[in-house]
Design a protein around this ligand. Sequence first.
Ligand code: ADP
Ligand code: MG
Length: 260
Amino acid sequence: MSLVSLRNVGKTYQSRLGAAYTAVRGFEMEIEPGEFICLLGTSGCGKTTVLNMLAGFEMPTEGSISIGGAQVQGPGADRGVVFQGDDSLYEWLTALENIEFGLKMRGVAKAERRDRAHRFLELVGLKGQERKHPSELSGGMKQRIQIARVLANEPAMLLMDEPFGALDAQTRSVMQQELLRIWQETRKSVLFITHDIDEAVTLASRIGVMHAGPASKLKGVIPVSISGERNRTSDDFIAIYRQVYGMIREEVALAMQRQG
Ligand SMILES: Nc1ncnc2c1ncn2[C@@H]1O[C@H](COP(=O)(O)OP(=O)(O)O)[C@@H](O)[C@H]1O
Ligand SMILES: [Mg+2]
């Protein structure tokens, strides 16, 4: 059975001025356990809308979303969300305490949550940084803490909305490799949103390409079967990049037209 199933999902936003906007319509996707899915699309096409509905932050206005066979009714510990910015960390808590915080809220005993927080801090490569506060850490390190904090709750899957978008190119590349390593070690399912083809080909086991909005849905899904390390200059990598580029090129043009 699929871990996640999105069936005929639609979202129409009602604005306060009365005009409705249908961001997503007829969106269909299945995610298997352990898959790394990148959802790729032009700016404003509805990627965040899809992620927010799966996270339970927004309810679909059409169709249904289930995880582990149960309908998504709201946010839950089975889905860990990693945000783009680093402002979701608590400034007044140390790195370790930030990772522990969710466990504390859920009533996990002190010794156990300390232990788990240390384990995940180490997993994301931050051993030795336990006592630092977010303001003393780089953007990449803060993103690692977010990932550790989410993983410490042992979710069935990670939802990541352009998490490395604010990082410089080198740090982003390091974080992509780190995320792949963490994914291989934990075997969590990941839904990762990006508008960057290169990032999608680097990370995904499947890439879902979205149409330009409004009423966006998947245009197609491209499996990425590159064995071993993904090298941007390899023939395999370039072939998939081309395929994805071919799909998204028209959508970029459409999106630009529609924005006037
Ligand atoms: N709360 C909202 N109310 C009205 N329109 C919204 C709201 N959230 C998003 N939208 C619109 O829905 C479309 C898709 O937005 P979003 O999912 O954020 O796109 P993406 O993440 O692909 O850039 C955009 O046109 C956006 O303006
Ligand atoms: Mg977005």
